[in-house]
Design a protein around this ligand. Sequence first.
Ligand SMILES: [Zn+2]
Length: 96
Amino acid sequence: MMKIDDNLELKPDGTVTCSHCGAEVGPDRHNPMAKAIRHERPSSVAEPGIRADPVFFTDRPIVIRQVSCSGCFTVLLTEIVPGDEPQHRHWQLSDA
Ligand SMILES: [Zn+2]
């Protein structure tokens, strides 16, 4: 087992699992969170400090995207991004 970060582990069989509950969140190192739950909402519903209406700063819609474990709902990734970006920013583990 290899610890990826505080929430994710790479198992000997190549799958990526949640380190809190053991649920598989990714089938392999190239898709480490492919099986996790994705959720998106407007940034204006966020906590104080980041919920200022983005219309004051940009013409693009700004959203909070979160990826959570499907087993225990621990948040694995949070990003605040333009909502018109088609995909989540993506990372994967190299083969080396
Ligand atoms: Zn979990």
